[in-house]
Design a protein around this ligand. Structure first.
Ligand code: ATP
Ligand code: MG
Ligand code: FE
Length: 340
């Protein structure tokens, strides 16, 4: 089984060739970060234009690096949501063209299912499983009853964790996206500020990061006003400790109430070293649960993870026709939608 996978939901144009759902024959990622950096965030129109410019080169490179031709392919998989509509449309259109021209089945993939399946490159998924899905736009605890059966049991009520990292980074004068740099700074500092841990003791699996963000901003602004210079490393460490504490505590609470075989850590923020180490530590109390972390290389947006999720969907018979459209606010009930 050889799947040609497409990802273009945000600011990465990516095409991959995946064998049997887990062997990465190629994974071409053209990032646009440099073009969005000066705006401090992704500019949708700029993103779509870059995708259009890059997509055919990515397809060519992915096939070439994998050493395969269109004739060798079994299917085409593509992210059709959630994400920026103009960006999604480029990948969806390209995938449809390849599927049509070469008579291949077209597999629709939810970008967030893709993030979860990045963990497939660390080992086989075993169900039931729980996933802590932390990215630039999402922060969710997801229960996986089976390979294509996702249910959100908790999520952020406001900002996503990655979004909070990026906003705080801006206050610290760091370049966008700031997650990685804050992570590095945090390791050299200490939690001296004691920022709030929102909803920590609430009886649910939801998150909130806007209060933390405000507390951070207020602290920095107040210091500016009185002419005090705060230690960036301690600010970063305090912020990160607060994020990691709530993510870990809600995950532990979920693990206590949902008996699962695995905990999957995925999404762009899953690259966070503080979070990875903390979950390693917490999982020692759950001898029967295996921690499957998406490999660092595949935490951010890439088409390899879409190929892995696409393979699971393909095996379950999920196929779209050429009327497939981008769905910017796609949710996890996608399989039911497909059946209707
Ligand atoms: P979504 O997947 O929700 O649609 P997205 O695709 O934009 O959003 P990802 O690419 O999954 O998001 O993740 C990007 C985010 O991950 C950014 O906010 C970035 O700051 C954050 N990030 C990357 N590395 C780290 C790190 N080491 N620590 C914390 N955050 C990180
Ligand atoms: Mg990105
Ligand atoms: Fe993403």
């Amino acid at each position: 089984n050889l799947i040609l996978a497409f990802e273009s939901s945000c600011d990465e144009t990516s095409v991959a060739v995946i064998e049997d759902g887990h062997k990465i024959l190629s994974n071409i990622v053209a990032t646009q970060i440099k073009s969005h950096e000066r705006f401090g965030g992704v500019v949708p129109e700029v993103a779509s234009r870059h995708h259009i410019e890059q997509i055919t080169f990515c397809i060519k490179d992915a096939l070439k690096e994998a050493g395969v031709t269109y004739a060798d392919l079994t299917a085409v998989a593509v992210t059709y949501g959630p994400g920026l509509v103009g960006s999604l449309l480029v990948g969806v259109t390209a995938a449809k063209m390849v599927a049509f021209a070469h008579g291949l089945p077209l597999i629709p993939v939810n970008h967030m299912a893709g993030h979860i399946y990045a963990a497939r490159f660390a080992g086989e998924l075993r169900f039931p499983a729980l996933a802590l899905l932390v990215s630039g736009g999402h922060t969710e605890l997801v229960y996986l009853a089976g390979p294509n059966d996702f249910a959100i049991i908790g999520e952020t009520r406001d900002d996503a964790a990655g979004e909070a990292y990026d906003k705080v980074g801006r206050i610290l004068g760091l370049t966008y996206p700031a997650g990685k740099e804050i992570d590095a700074l945090a390791h050299e500092g200490q939690d001296t500020f004691g920022f709030p841990r929102a909803m920590e003791n609430d009886d649910n699996y939801d998150f909130s990061f806007s209060g933390l963000k405000s507390a951070f901003i207020n602290t920095v602004h107040h210091a500016d006003q009185v002419g005090e210079v705060l230690d960036k490393k301690d600010l970063a460490a305090s912020f990160q400790q607060s994020v990691v504490d709530v993510l870990a505590e809600k995950t532990v609470k979920a693990l206590k109430n949902y008996p699962v075989k695995q905990l999957i850590l995925a999404g762009g923020v899953a690259a966070n070293q503080g979070l990875r180490a903390r979950l390693d530590q917490e999982l020692k109390s759950f001898a029967e649960v295996e921690l499957l972390k998406a490999p660092l290389k595949y935490c951010g947006d890439n088409a390899a993870m879409i190929g892995a999720a696409g393979y699971a969907a393909y095996q379950a018979g999920v196929v779209a026709d050429l009327a497939l459209n981008a769905d910017p606010s796609l949710e996890f009930d996608w399989l039911e939608e497909q059946e209707n």
